[in-house]
Design a protein around this ligand. Structure first.
Ligand code: AMP
Length: 213
């Protein structure tokens, strides 16, 4: 099924990126991850990357104007015309309002629910590919060869913002700034929930059921 315009909501580490990758190939629509676009900009040393890095390394949110510009430009690309999955955006009420004003369509905002304790455990063991952003976990989803991406052979690293005290800051930011988006989309009749399950596959099954795919 294409034409799905989906937002994945949830705390950092809820599994948005992992589930977005699975859903993208299933629905044949691209995933737009602002976090991954910003990390690429940082690696390339672009002006946006240099600005964003100041916030990301402290576990803070990047200002709305930067994010909105990124989303607007990316969604204008040809591959987004039949649907998209937004991973990690919007993250503030300001971003949600701006997107609505830009006429960005959303069918469903799906919130992946997970406890803070599970997140801290999960993010401390997360590894990401420096080349293609594929996500692994040292115990629950390890790569075939330690430190090497199964998908592209790229190097696997621990993200700078996956250190324990930065994780706690990101969680606070999530509860204060992003969680109110649940009410925002609930009021519009677009909110759905799914509980995080112990395995990636079980969470996917729950999501597929909720989305009626
Ligand atoms: P993520 O990969 O989604 O966890 O994003 C990593 C970091 O990038 C976040 O902790 C923020 O600093 C920044 N970021 C990503 N998306 C957004 C957004 N929509 N609004 C503000 N900051 C963002």
């Amino acid at each position: 099924m294409s034409d799905m315009k989906l937002i994945l909501l949830g705390a950092p580490g809820a599994g948005k990126g992992t589930q977005a990758a699975v859903l993208s190939s299933r629905l044949c629509v691209p995933t737009i991850s602002t976090g991954s676009i910003l990390r690429t900009a940082i690696n390339n040393g672009t002006p946006i990357g240099l600005e964003a890095e100041k916030y990301i390394k402290d576990g803070k949110l990047v200002p709305d104007e930067i994010i909105i510009g990124i989303v607007r430009d990316r969604l204008a690309e040809e591959d987004c015309k039949d649907g998209y999955i937004l991973d990690g955006v919007p993250r503030t009420l300001g971003q949600a309002d701006a997107m609505e004003q830009l006429g960005i369509d959303i069918d469903i905002a799906l919130s992946i629910e997970i406890s803070d304790d599970t997140i801290i455990d999960r993010l401390s063991g997360r590894k990401s590919c420096i080349e293609c952003s594929s996500i692994y976990h040292i115990s629950s989803n390890p790569p075939k060869f330690e430190g090497v991406c199964d998908q592209c052979g790229g190097e696997l690293i621990t993200r700078g913002d996956d250190q324990p005290e930065i994780i706690r800051k990101r969680l606070n930011v999530y509860h204060e700034e992003t969680e109110p988006l649940k009410t925002y989309y609930d009021v519009r009749g677009k909110l759905r929930f799914v509980d995080n399950k112990p395995t990636i596959e079980d969470t996917t099954i729950a999501i597929v059921a909720v989305l009626g795919l």
